[in-house]
Design a protein around this ligand. Sequence first.
Ligand SMILES: Cc1cc2nc3c(=O)[nH]c(=O)nc-3n(C[C@H](O)[C@H](O)[C@H](O)COP(=O)(O)O)c2cc1C
Length: 217
Amino acid sequence: MDMRSPKHQKARKDDEKQILVVGISGSMRDSSYTRMAVMIALRGAQQVGARTQLIDLRDYHLAFFDGREDESSYPEDVFRLRKGVKAAQGLILATPEYHGSLSGVLKNALDLMGFDEIEGKMIGLVGVAGGRMGAANALNSLRTIGRTLHAWVIPEQVSIPEVRKVFDESGNLKDPELEKRVKEVGRQVARFAYLHTSEKAAEFLRLWEDTPVNPGG
Ligand SMILES: Cc1cc2nc3c(=O)[nH]c(=O)nc-3n(C[C@H](O)[C@H](O)[C@H](O)COP(=O)(O)O)c2cc1C
């Protein structure tokens, strides 16, 4: 029996429902714009009540994925990464555009994970690019990766072209409209992750999946 006050119990219940959104920054560079962008998206998630955590791949000493039989020989940080991602209901994947795709360090981090960590999660995408064409190719690749891992990649995404010009010295975006769009990625990830994990939504999905004949099929 729970002996705590009803107020305390309710607070605990609300806390249990609180969504965790984890942002992964896919650049190893000091003063990375990707990291600045993902921090803004995470602030958007916080605004709608989510807890957030940054996984900065610079702080993780990972190995290249090599398909080894005995995974216990991977560095401890591989398991720290997997655990951190697995705990989240929502993810923000942020990458620089590198040679028309996502960064190798982010791809390797994703290769070290799989369905176990990513399936069923809500994912938002943010990309930055040095050039005028933006990060659309990196974002498309990440969208395909998310689909392949059976995640829910939200339609809203942000590509920031000519990224050297857009941040101020504190890491904020100079253009409030752009700031709003980046935050919106985080907000939507948190909101849809909440809906996706709510009991009512789960009940709807159960009924839908148990329907003997798909009327639209
Ligand atoms: C290896 C490499 C490849 C790059 N390829 C592209 C590219 O294809 N298109 C582009 O617009 N910028 C490209 N850039 C520029 C980066 O997108 C830009 O420097 C970005 O700021 C890097 O992100 P960061 O600040 O988070 O490190 C490339 C940079 C590097 C180092």
